[in-house]
Design a protein around this ligand. Structure first.
Ligand code: ATP
Length: 324
């Protein structure tokens, strides 16, 4: 054991993502291999404020790598974002003698970790969210599994859309980020992808492409909509009104959050957690793990929270070419 870190708390926060369990497992095993006590904090920052914690052993993380969700449960807490909530959390860090906390979650969770760091708590972040919308990292844990879940669902909807010559609108998650929408649209050969990143024009983006497809003899159309881009039910009404086609609307919803994580999510989660714990045990703190190309790197948490990313315009252009 090195540095002053002997007891490490682990929590999952924000939306759950497949691969969070792999990240917890790797953190516990890495910490114990460094001679640390590993403390599981239940229900994200709610559990931290309330002191809902338990020691985790090697056995306690057996057989969880293939499971979706998070064995530590997760939560969103408005109270934690207040000064009183933050102080309550800091108080529990002292009562439970936690030397550091590993936060597994999205950028909101990292903002919370940054606030703890400003109070003197040592923190590390591991990015896990199905939206892939954290600026500092090319990839977030859970994204690949969610994308594959969406791909499977659209494959099935496509079979029936073809048979019945239907227009199908499929709404996927992504309030501010269209990564799931654009990549599932490419993977499934959709005619249209509507993204929060791109201004939406009903005629140019939907009506004219459908007319063009129809004039070429195509009778089934797939439109993928990111939830934050437009209202799918409204879109269906507009298509019915303008083209006399009655689209079906499938809102995939929470199915995208669940399921056994893919190899990519299990491996990324494992490597990121091992690196985060190694760094804590070697005296470093207040960093976020990030994937840059095929490397996992650590970025200062304040700097990481300033970083932005957006979908490559070449990917959007490629989608348009492929949908011809
Ligand atoms: P996802 O991307 O899956 O939604 P997330 O980590 O971004 O994950 P949030 O709900 O935004 O999810 O954040 C999780 C929790 O982190 C919040 O409930 C809150 O307690 C804390 N948090 C969020 N934003 C802040 C902030 N600006 N300052 C302090 N704490 C925050």
């Amino acid at each position: 054991m090195s540095g002053n870190v002997k007891r490490i708390g682990v929590l999952t926060s924000g939306g759950d993502a497949p691969g969070m369990n792999a990240a917890i497992r790797a953190a516990v095993r890495a910490g114990i291999s460094h001679g640390c006590e590993m403390i599981g904090i239940e229900g994200g920052y709610c559990g931290l404020m309330d002191g809902v914690m338990r020691e985790m052993s090697l056995r306690s993380v057996s057989d969880i790598i293939s499971k979706g969700g998070t064995i530590l449960r997760t939560a969103r807490s408005k109270e934690f974002s207040t000064e009183a909530g933050l102080l309550r959390a800091k108080n529990m860090v002292d009562i439970f003698r936690l030397d550091a906390i590993l936060v597994i979650g999205g950028d909101g969770s990292f903002r919370g970790a940054r606030d703890l760091a400003r109070l003197g708590v040592k923190v590390m972040g591991v990015p896990a969210t199905i939206d892939n919308d954290i600026g500092c990292t090319d990839y977030t844990i859970g994204y690949d599994t969610a994308l594959n879940t969406v791909k499977d669902a659209i494959d099935k909807i496509k079979d029936t859309a073809y048979s019945h010559e239907r227009c199908s609108i499929i709404e996927v998650m992504g309030r501010d980020a269209g990564y799931i929408a654009i990549n599932s649209a490419i993977a499934d050969g959709a005619e249209v992808a509507i993204l929060p990143e791109k201004e939406f024009d009903l005629n140019n983006d939907v009506i004219i492409p459908i007319i063009n497809c129809r004039n070429r003899g195509k009778k089934d159309y797939i439109i993928v909509v990111a939830e934050g881009a437009t209202d799918s039910m409204w879109l269906a009404e507009q298509i019915k009104e303008k083209l006399d086609i009655k689209p079906t609307v499938s809102i995939l919803g929470y199915i995208q959050r669940g399921g056994s994580p893919t190899v990519r999510d299990r491996v990324t989660a494992s490597l990121m957690s091992v690196k985060a714990i190694d760094m804590l045990c070697n005296g470093e703190c207040n960093k976020v793990m990030a994937q840059k190309g095929d490397k996992i790197v650590a970025i200062d948490i304040e700097e990481a929270l300033q970083m932005k990313k957006c979908i490559d315009s070449e990917v959007i252009d490629a989608m348009q070419i492929l949908s011809l």
